[in-house]
Design a binder for this molecule. Structure first.
Ligand SMILES: [Zn+2]
Length: 298
């Protein structure tokens, strides 16, 4: 039996996984595939599920450039070389040149430890698509800008169904990753809050987690988690001037987060950096350079 798509609403379904993939039906049996998963294994399942209900891929939309959301593109493009791939403009650039992801996290040519499939997906020829109502592969969707988790990201609205991408995490993902990834924590909070203002959302699906009718509850859980991280960085700063790495160690001790791979460590470090930037912008912290060491102080 092929993997089963789970219905979300009229013409919209999803393939559950470590990352969810959303399938939106268009005219003539074509389907828009939103996020293709980490690798060939996920993408193969997605294609079997889509073809199992008589649909043919018409286009791919990657909500953002994290490898677990576009790593499956390569398999789909090997089967459908003409399949257009869309993404927010800055994210499309990273999907075309995916080394930008580990390069930005490390700040230089990334070592082999950061060239794993979790941080470096195969390149695909993504093209930029703007926000608003768009027709992608013959399928109409509304793209809502929700930056913060990534530099740019789109949530996808189809009728009363909202795919939040990684603008909202399910409760289990929030519990498992107390340092919820973000590139810009202030934008991450604003984007989550903006989603809670949407009307007529009957079901919301996070990128990682289960669908729920409780949009307000999901937003509240995410805002609480993001605020906890800001509070953790604030508390770490109260312990005295510290480098970002020292702040990460202090925050990790409080939140019970210990990275076990270099990849996890650079992601956690980026989260602390993002919240530090937010505190710097708010005037709650300053940077000081002394003895060749850059430290932040409250
Ligand atoms: Zn992501």
């Amino acid at each position: 039996m092929p993997p089963q798509l789970q219905p979300l609403g009229p013409g919209v379904s999803f393939l559950p996984g470590a990352v969810n993939s959303v399938v939106v039906e268009g005219e003539g049996g074509r389907a828009l595939l939103v996020d293709t998963g980490l690798d060939d294994t996920h993408a193969r399942k997605l294609l079997r599920a889509v073809e199992g209900v008589g649909l043919t891929p018409g286009a791919i939309l990657n909500t953002h450039s994290h490898a677990d959301h576009h790593g499956g593109n390569a398999f789909l493009l090997s089967r459908f070389p003409e399949l257009p791939v869309y993404a927010p403009p800055l994210e499309a650039a990273i999907i075309r040149y995916p080394v930008l992801e580990p390069l930005s996290l490390w700040g230089a040519a990334p070592p082999a430890e950061l060239r794993t499939k979790f941080l470096l997906a195969p390149a695909s020829p993504a093209r930029a698509v703007g926000p608003g109502v768009q027709i992608l592969g013959g399928v109409e969707v509304e793209l809502l800008p929700v930056p913060g988790h990534a530099a740019e990201m789109y949530a996808v609205r189809v009728g009363e169904v909202l795919y939040a991408a990684d603008a909202l995490f399910g409760p289990e993902a929030l519990g498992k990753h107390p340092l919820t990834f973000c590139a810009d924590s202030a934008q991450q909070k604003a984007s989550a809050a903006a989603l809670s203002e949407l009307e007529r959302v009957r079901v919301v699906l996070p990128g990682h987690g289960d669908p729920t009718p409780d949009l307000a509850g999901l937003v509240a859980a995410n805002l609480t988690a993001y605020a906890r991280t800001t509070a953790g960085v604030t508390a770490a700063l109260a312990g005295g001037p510290a480098t970002v790495d020292e702040l990460l160690a202090r925050v990790g001790a409080v939140l019970g987060v210990t990275a076990t791979t270099p990849g996890a460590w650079v992601l956690n470090r980026a989260v602390v950096s993002a919240h530090l930037t937010e505190l710097l912008a708010a005037g709650a912290a300053t940077l000081e350079l002394g003895g060749g060491v850059l430290r932040a102080r409250a």
